[in-house]
Design a protein around this ligand. Structure first.
Ligand code: HEC
Ligand code: HEC
Length: 328
């Protein structure tokens, strides 16, 4: 009986039939149709307003003149404008008190981190832990000084390079020409014993040390930051305590070279990356200890270093003192 109903439908069929199943020729639902027309209208309006139709060189521009490139460019411009304010501020600020300006400091450290990863990590390591001949920048053992101004100076002019006349410079002589093998072997033993607390001037090694080495490394063997002479009493090695390496190092004289970055990164970049390195863990001095109060500004040592420790006094013989006179 149901079969009969289906054979005489109210609506016409399309005439298609599959295994006895027929297709009604119903009109499309109205809501569907209007939605369909609306999408066509929308598409037309859109292609008139916005860039749409591909042409040989590019595409139709659209009457609104909108372009993704212009959009991005204006966004970049806005960001650059807000950053250039921070950049200017960074260049003008006194590095010693940078950390007091939280926003500027955070910006400098972030920008400096990016600069570090591109320019410095190949030598100092991506984690800044250094390698043989390339100092670790994470610890508080500094060859040339660990205040932010010292670090900036090192970065700006580099070390022992030939490009920058203001590069930090010093040279340990090649003792292979001046001492014989036995003397050098004695010195190697002596140097190896220093981190264990041996008396720098004691014994045969001490005598040789006093005569040949103490002028730079100091009677206490704690080094001299003014000439980048390493502290030999700590267990931190720029090179290595290995017999062979020490022998050739003392015979030939080490000569670590670091490029100058002032021209490449500009003053802003130098300061940013100095701020980054300074906060890695070993940075010395902070806003409070440097110019936090009048006393600190007058004190000969305003570095946050231990004043009772002679090796921590960066430039003890310059009686002019004061943080300001030493910061470049
Ligand atoms: C081509 C390798 C090289 C690159 C690149 C390099 N450095 Fe150095 N850097 C050195 C060497 C070598 C020394 C140690 C020089 C010496 O023996 O006194 C050094 C020393 C330093 C020091 C002094 C550390 C101390 O104990 O006083 C700082 C700070 C420093 N580098 C920061 C940087 C920063 C920041 C960058 C990137 C902008 C950078 N370096 C890029 C090789 C490099
Ligand atoms: C004219 C100054 C000067 C004299 C004299 C001198 N040194 Fe040095 N010494 C340096 C400097 C500067 C460095 C760092 C070199 C570098 O960074 O490449 C250094 C580095 C070293 C190092 C590397 C330490 C490390 O951490 O890897 C050793 C070891 C050393 N000296 C031992 C000696 C001994 C031993 C003598 C005496 C025979 C001596 N030095 C005499 C200036 C001097």
């Amino acid at each position: 009986m149901t079969d009969k109903k289906e054979i005489k439908p109210k609506v016409e069929t399309t005439g298609h039939s599959w295994d006895g199943i027929k297709e009604y020729n119903n009109p499309l639902p109205r809501w569907w149709l209007w939605t369909f027309y609306a999408t066509i209208a929308w598409a037309l309006i859109y292609t008139i307003l916005y860039p749409a139709w591909p042409l040989v060189n590019g595409a139709t521009g659209g009457v609104l003149g909108w372009s993704q490139r212009a959009e991005v460019a204006s966004e970049i411009e806005a960001v650059t404008a807000s950053q250039s304010q921070l950049r200017d501020a960074l260049v003008e600020t006194d590095l010693g008190v940078l950390a007091r300006n939280e926003e500027l400091h955070r910006y400098a450290v972030q920008a400096g981190g990016a600069l570090y990863r591109t320019n410095c990590s190949q030598c100092h390591g991506s984690g800044a832990a250094g390698a043989v001949g390339y100092p670790n920048l994470l610890d508080d053992d500094w060859l040339w000084g660990g205040r932010i101004e010292d670090i900036a100076l090192t970065i700006r002019h580099g070390i022992r390079n030939e490009d920058d006349p203001d590069a930090r410079f010093s040279q340990m002589p090649a003792f292979g020409d001046m001492l014989d093998r036995d003397q050098i072997a004695t010195l190697v033993d002596h140097v190896q014993s220093l981190p264990n607390g041996a008396d720098p001037l004691g014994g045969a090694g001490g005598a040789l040390f006093a005569e040949n080495c103490a002028s730079c490394h100091g009677d206490d063997a704690r080094g001299d930051r003014e000439i980048g002479a390493t502290n030999l009493t700590d267990a931190i090695w720029l090179y290595s305590p290995d017999d062979e390496i020490l022998t050739s190092l003392i015979s030939q004289g080490p000569y670590g070279v670091m490029p100058a970055w002032g021209d490449r990164l500009g003053e802003y970049g130098v300061r940013a990356v100095a701020a980054y390195v300074h906060q890695l863990g070993g940075g010395e001095g902070d806003a409070e200890t440097q110019i936090g109060d009048a006393q600190a500004a007058d004190a000969p040592i305003a570095t946050g270093a231990d004043p009772s420790n002679p090796a921590d006094v960066p430039f003890p013989e310059k009686g002019d003192g004061g943080a300001a006179s030493r910061s470049e």
